[in-house]
Design a protein around this ligand. Structure first.
Ligand code: KQY
Length: 372
């Protein structure tokens, strides 16, 4: 808000993910306390994701100096590999949120048309509650990417991860109270203050709050990107289960009621498409045993995995979709193909390896919009 209590307009907006991209940024998984067996399985699946996206847009993979050669050797030549330090590889959350200047399409204005928000990051909850104790390198990722691209950087003191917001590019933002109002993020800010920062920085005029994210998504405190995402303005996909005994059911039902009774920034009533979750899936003994001891949170056998098909990436003309070797895989592809008739739905087999680390394809990618 400005001094007169009017919302500040920075003159930029976050485009919807289906708007044209110039490239996609991905980090290279490495830390052995989060990625089992020294990250070999995760690296194989990250390569599949990068390769699949690179059929539709440029891809840059960032890897630490210790891993650069490994990444270079495993990735196809047309994928750029850049050296960058990081504490882990979730570029949705540690990369910049790219925004474009409103009206750049039509004006002769010479100001840059793409910029990036550099939110503050605290490892999804800080020293008590977060995923690891040292996030000093993660804090620099957005700045480094923006400097590589020579884009203006909008620093933001508010703690926020990109996976906790979705926008429709037409004035509406979706998020969860479980994450954004969690005391481990911005304890001194009210809901109204958080909402007004979202409006100012993302260029939205309406924020729709779901109470909770996916059941079991404890790493992120219920990021929206495993729970619900936009298909186009006025239409959303919601993680769903028909099983009333599954604790996911009450969360999905609660979200459905809110969404069906919401209108977006343009006054449209939302249409909800249900996307059944896989499983339930749980971490096995063998998977947990493959993890090294480190400063990361312990991962225990039997833990419910935060697996959902909503955590896909929208590339230029494609939906890059996690597959878990589960009975719901084909159904997810059917629903997504129907929801995105102009996109090719590409399956990423073995996405379980990403969910073992606490997220999925949307969480490891960051789209850079094409300059209008
Ligand atoms: O949901 C995401 N955007 C990221 C998941 C991060 C998990 C950290 N262990």
């Amino acid at each position: 808000m400005d001094l007169m209590g009017k919302p500040i307009d920075h003159g930029y907006r976050m485009p919807a993910e289906w708007e044209p991209h110039s490239q996609c940024w991905i980090g290279w998984p490495e830390r052995p306390d989060n990625w089992r067996d020294n990250a070999v399985h995760a690296q194989r699946v990250f390569v599949s994701v990068a390769q699949a996206i690179s059929r539709f847009e440029y891809v840059t993979v960032c890897a630490s100096s210790a891993q650069w050669t490994k990444a270079r050797d495993q990735l196809p030549k047309h994928i750029r590999v850049v050296e960058m330090s990081m504490n882990d590889s979730w570029f949705r959350d540690t990369g910049p949120t790219f925004v474009i200047r409103k009206g750049a399409e039509s004006s002769q204005n010479l100001e840059p048309s793409v910029a990036g928000i550099d939110w503050t990051f605290n490892s999804w909850g800080g020293i008590e509650d977060g995923c690891y104790a040292d996030w000093s390198q993660d804090l620099l990722i957005a700045r480094k990417i923006l400097s590589i691209e020579r884009f203006p950087r909008f620093p933001q003191t508010m703690i926020l991860e990109g996976g906790s917001i979705h926008v429709d590019g037409d004035g509406t933002c979706l998020t969860t109270e479980e994450c954004l109002l969690n005391k481990n993020r911005n304890p001194d800010m009210t809901k109204e203050e958080i909402e007004s920062e979202l409006k100012a920085y993302l260029g939205v005029s309406k924020v729709i709050w779901l109470p909770r994210g996916l059941y079991g998504d404890d790493d992120t405190n219920g990021h929206i990107d495993s729970m619900c995402s936009f298909v186009k303005p006025g239409v959303v996909l919601l993680s769903w289960t028909d099983d009333k005994c599954d604790l996911q059911h009450e969360r999905s039902l609660e979200a459905l009621t809110i969404l069906e009774n919401s209108t977006d920034a343009m006054g449209r009533k939302l249409r909800v498409i249900k996307l059944h979750v896989p499983g339930p899936l749980y971490m096995t003994e063998e998977e947990a045993n493959g993890l090294a001891k480190g400063d990361g949170i312990p991962r225990l056998p039997g833990t419910r995995l935060a697996a959902s098909y909503v955590n896909f990436y929208i590339a230029n003309g494609a939906i890059i979709t996690p597959q878990f070797g589960d009975m719901w895989d084909d159904e997810a592809v059917r629903v997504l193909s129907h929801a995105f008739p102009d996109h090719e739905v590409v399956r990423i087999e073995g996405a379980r390896e990403i969910v073992l680390g606490g997220g999925n394809i949307h969480c490891i990618t960051q789209q850079q919009p094409r300059s209008p």
